[in-house]
Design a protein. Sequence first.
Length: 327
Amino acid sequence: MVGTGIGAERGILVKGGAALETATTITQVVLDKTGTLTMGKMSVAEAKLSAEWEGSDAKKKLWWTVIGLAEMGSEHPIGKAIVGAAKTALQLGPSDAIDGTIGDFQPVVGLGINALVEPASASASRTRHRVLIGSVKFLLSHSVEVPKSAVTAADDINSLAATSSKPTTSSGTTNIFTAIDGTYTGHICLADTLKPSSAAAVAALHRMRIKTAIVTGDQRSTALAVARAVGIPAEHVYAGVSPDQKQELIKQFQAAGEVVAMVGDGINDSPALATADIGIAMASGTDVAMEAADIVLMRPDDMMDVPCAVALAKGIFGRIKLNLAWA
């Protein structure tokens, strides 16, 4: 179809005419946060260790080694950021490996990771550690008590970041909590950057009379910070949701009569992308997400391609109707 060719020239890959036609009727766009509205290139803004691990340089080094090893198998932006911070703390280069081994790596989509690690040791004996890294809910599900003071401290960092005028911090922070061998050991606050075009894209969708919502597995305070920055009302923010809950949310919108487009980039988004009337994936995302999508945006840093895809579809089908009328 000619329309799909025009889209491809503009970096908007549409999988067939049916997807293009459905795009003309979209009434609701649901947007993932990390890697969609934000760049998805996280950095560690703060790492606060518990008193037991903060006590000496040797303990701090062991903590970063254990935490870094646990995330070595992760492809998630959070995992990559933690590994990078661990290497910096251990005075390693970006291409250097953290000394030790990892086994039984269990990622739990939308919640965290569970891994068994064994740091290298100069002595004959080596110790294995069971490591949990994720949300408070994830640690609690493994019977790890997270101190309220730690949650409050992490939220304070998030609030400061959320009220910053700098684009690098105005999206708030993502707060991750850690446990080693069944005991809480500290929290990590990660900062992300809003895509410069996100607010303009949301405004363009609103001008087209298309409703918008944010859906994310992140905590609500961070999601609200992003919503404020891009112009999405707080009542349209759905935070702390699992991949299955994202999919269920799409179904709820559809049951209410909406024609729904889901925009995402990660494996967490693939069920929702597949369920939506139109799934829109970022080319920078996972293969699973792109496979589940009907439209792939080849310029993932330019969120204006989302309203452009809708406008393109309407323009093409408007021309087709005009041609039929003249025929």
